[in-house]
Design a protein around this ligand. Structure first.
Ligand code: UDP
Ligand code: LCN
Length: 798
């Protein structure tokens, strides 16, 4: 065997490795995932009576743990080696294990295509190759996976060192950038007619600093305005002498001795962002009666909370800068004439609790330019988006009376429309995925064609890939969303290379090491969610209503009853999607007598009537739930409520906390999981899946519990252990509950979120302006090409 093997595996294990490869080659299954490989390894070497040490510590097991997949194609065993987060090698081995060699990404994908398509079809269809890597040549690149998710820090260092090394060029860029800003066509910060060059600016800055240092700190800007304007300084430096001095000192220091902290502090202060467009097309976007439907969940909550927080933050930002401007935020979504009991048919709706934030609804139009009246699942909106973007552009320009300063896309469809708008309007674009579907549905890339009828994944994955490349920056709620963990591939990471056999191969679908990815986790609405013991904030009438509804009420929209409503309540609430695995929790609860003996299960999901659901997956889940109620005889032990109105959910969590209950989120995979934050802040000990975002919210056994949700038994055992521990230690429940509250208050607040998002917008704005523009134009044109070739054409044909 070659040297490669020696690099991977200890010499003394080479023979075992060859034997193992040979065995894999004989297996009926030709495609194995990490878990299957490790199970086979254990089985094979246990039979061979290998030592415990070998089974757990050998270099072979170490290597195999880093192998997400292996498959057999064309008489070779193909091995994917994720030797570090986001970093891969590809190997090809003979089935007899007689050699192993490194191959390229493109070759690896070629074998994958052949594996799926079969040799004959594969030969007749040479693939289209998509490669984004050449378009990143303008961008600095990180090496260490640890820096992924903190792109802005890396970029700031790069920018400030450019400023340090090449002060003339970069000083001019910074000066031009500051000079550029206007608000509603009024100049801000610098009057370019008076201060024409960086030198003139710095000279005047020095003089101004001299007198402003002497001025009383509290003198308001209005009293200094005239003098400042004479020297060429417009509004925006600060609300009073103290703040103006601070900002001017920051920029002076930045020009004299650039460093990344100064750059960040200074640029973050500039009052540049007042109009934001937030795009979320697929609809059912409203403030009441919309949640719980298969397509409408956390994204809507996230956006509404985000809007309120951003407006508050920007208003303060303008006040501090001494500028009399009010921010305006528009959430652009789809208008749905057949809106049931929602406001989704209205063109415009003010967002509660804001001064000037709106939901703006623009209808989808079909090929005949007729307005589409009914709701359409998020998987089938693609034919309408191009026209939607076109119509929306006009509407946004008129509502904002000009261009927005930032466009934020949400989920695949929103990000695509954001891309089209940002391209047309030349506005900075931020991408938020919420949930990339590619990793949620197993092998959905390889078998895209089979799933196309229900999901149109070929279009969705392509849209995701284009927008993550085109956007100026991406924010993710957790690190794992971008780059996974030591043992699991991240959601963005899974787009680095993949193939949609027969359609195209993405040899480089996204560059994880470009500094555009940032972790900015959302917060929780603290008016709705607060600890159960803050009784003065609770409304007695609401508590009584929900006490009754949750445990005893016999309304005909509720299924199931409780023999003993006093038992420990296990609560869950989610959309009734398969991935949410509520049926897994029902099984866990029903199959384990220890749980049903001591606890009741209460869950809120979708509706209890199949005929009320318009979603295939939801209907399937409803039927399964009924089957389980009967099969496991849950009558008297479990209750099933329809989805709960958002405004009531806070009180619902608190009622469960009053009764010493727990919240279990049993999803098979959860991108982030807002319910987890909500339950924790309400003071409910919370159980979440170890797969996905929750692993970065919950510190296992400290502020909640992480579960392997792949099998009902594994869910049951974590809950059972907790119930037992609470019996042994009367303080245990409270300790976990308190740690959960602290964790959310410390790490997940909308105030932190807004500060970071706005600061990122300004810094990436500077980057776009100063260095990236040229490189980005090439990228934009490539994206445009792919959009027309792989999305628009395909969507039009649907
Ligand atoms: N939600 C609700 N009523 C329900 C179910 C869910 O108000 O019956 C809310 C819940 O409080 C949370 C959001 O919907 O704010 C769900 O967000 P999460 O991130 O947990 O999941 P998603 O649905 O986005 O996958
Ligand atoms: C979508 C999801 O699936 C959740 O995991 C997130 O919490 C939500 O969006 C908000 O980002």
């Amino acid at each position: 065997m070659s040297n490669i093997l020696s690099d991977l595996i200890d010499e003394k294990e080479h023979k075992d490795f060859k034997d193992f490869i040979f065995v894999l080659g004989q297996m009926e299954r030709k495609y194995l995932l990490r878990n299957d490989i490790l199970l086979k390894f254990q089985e094979f070497f246990r039979e061979k009576k290998k030592s415990h040490n070998f089974l757990t510590q050998s270099s072979m097991v170490h290597f195999l743990k880093q192998v997400p997949e292996m498959f057999i194609s064309s008489d070779y065993l193909l091995i994917l080696h994720r030797y570090a987060i986001g970093k891969y090698h590809f190997y090809r081995s003979g089935l007899a294990g007689d050699y192993i060699e490194k191959i390229s990404t493109a070759d690896y994908l070629k074998y994958k295509d052949r594996y799926v398509l079969g040799a004959a079809t594969w030969r007749s269809k040479p693939p289209l190759k998509v490669d984004f890597m050449p378009f990143y040549d303008f961008s600095p690149s990180m090496r260490d996976s640890k820096n992924i998710g903190n792109g802005i820090r890396f970029l700031n260092k790069h920018l400030s060192s450019s400023l340090f090394q090449n002060p003339d060029k970069w000083g001019r860029k910074l000066f031009e950038f500051i000079k550029l800003h206007k608000i509603n066509s009024n100049p801000l910060l610098i009057n370019g007619d008076i201060l024409r060059t960086p030198d003139e600016f710095l000279e005047e800055l020095e003089k101004t600093l001299k007198w402003i240092r002497e001025a009383a700190p509290e003198i308001p800007y209005t009293e200094l305005e005239e003098r400042l304007k004479k020297s060429g300084f417009e509004g925006g430096w600060g609300k009073d002498a103290a703040r103006i001095r601070e900002t001017m000192e920051l920029v002076y220091d930045l020009f004299s001795e650039p460093d990344s902290d100064l750059l960040e502090k200074f640029i973050s202060r500039l009052p540049m962002i007042s109009k934001i467009a937030i795009i979320s097309p697929h609809g059912w976007f409203g403030q009441e009666n919309v949640l719980g439907k298969p397509d409408t969940g956390g994204q809507v909550i996230y956006i509404l909370d985000q809007v309120r927080a951003l407006e508050k933050f920007l208003t303060r930002n303008f006040q501090m800068a001494g500028v009399d401007i009010k921010p305006k935020i528009i959430v652009l979504t789809r208008q749905i004439p057949l809106a049931e009991n929602t406001t989704c048919d209205q063109r415009s709706e003010k967002i509660f609790g804001t001064d000037d934030c709106w939901i703006l609804r623009v209808p989808f139009k079909d090929k005949n330019m007729e307005i589409v009246k009914h709701w359409i699942s998020r998987f089938h909106v693609w034919p309408y988006l191009d026209r939607f973007a076109y119509d929306s552009q006009r509407e946004l320009l008129s509502e904002f009376q000009g261009k927005p300063d930032l466009i934020i896309g949400n989920y695949s469809d929103g990000n695509l429309v954001a891309t089209l708008l940002s391209d047309q309007l030349d506005v900075i674009q931020c991408t938020i995925a919420h949930a990339l579907e590619k990793t949620k549905y197993l092998l959905s890339d390889l078998y895209w064609e089979e799933m196309e009828k229900d999901y149109n994944f070929s279009i969705q994955f392509t849209a995701d890939m284009i927008t993550m490349n085109k956007s100026d920056f991406v924010i993710a709620s957790t690190y794992q969303e971008i780059a996974g963990t030591e043992t699991s591939i991240g959601q963005y990471e899974s787009h680095q290379f993949f193939t949609l056999p027969g359609l195209y191969q993405a040899v480089s679908g996204v560059n994880l090491f470009t500094p555009k990815f940032n972790i900015v986790p959302p917060g929780v609405d603290e008016n709705n969610y607060f600890p159960y013991y803050e009784r003065e904030k609770r409304v007695t009438g609401k508590t009584e209503y929900w006490e009754n509804r949750l445990f005893t009420d016999k309304s005909n929209d509720i299924y199931g009853w409780l023999k003993d409503p006093g038992k420990i309540p296990i609560f869950t609430m989610a959309r009734f999607d398969k991935i949410k695995n509520i049926t897994g929790l029902i099984e866990a609860f029903g199959q384990y007598p220890e749980l049903r003996e001591k606890c009741n299960l209460i869950f809120a999901a979708g509706t209890i009537r199949v005929e009320e659901s318009g979603d295939r997956e939801e209907q399937e889940q409803i039927r399964t739930a009924y089957r389980l109620f009967d099969k496991l005889d849950l009558h008297g032990h479990a209750r099933w409520l329809p989805s709960i109105n958002k405004a009531d959910t806070g009180e619902v969590y608190r009622i469960f906390a009053d009764r010493g209950g727990i919240f279990v989120q049993p999803a098979l995979f959860e991108a982030f999981g807002l319910t987890i934050l909500e339950a924790m802040l309400s003071g409910l000990p919370t159980f979440g899946p170890q797969f996905g975002g929750p692993s970065e919210i919950i510190e296992d056994r400290v502020s909640g519990f992480l579960m392997n949700t792949s099998k009902p038994g594994l869910i049951a055992s974590v809950i059972r252990d907790f119930v037992q521990d609470c019996e042994k230690d009367k303080g245990h429940w409270k300790t976990i509950a308190e740690a959960g509250i602290d964790r959310v208050r410390e790490k997940f607040t909308w105030n932190l979120y807004s500060r970071k998002l706005i600061s990122l917008t300004k810094l990436y704005g500077f980057w776009r302006y100063s260095a990236a523009e040229e490189g980005m134009v090439k990228m934009d044109r490539y994206c445009d090409l792919l959009y027309h070739l792989l999305i628009k054409n395909r969507a039009d044909a649907l």
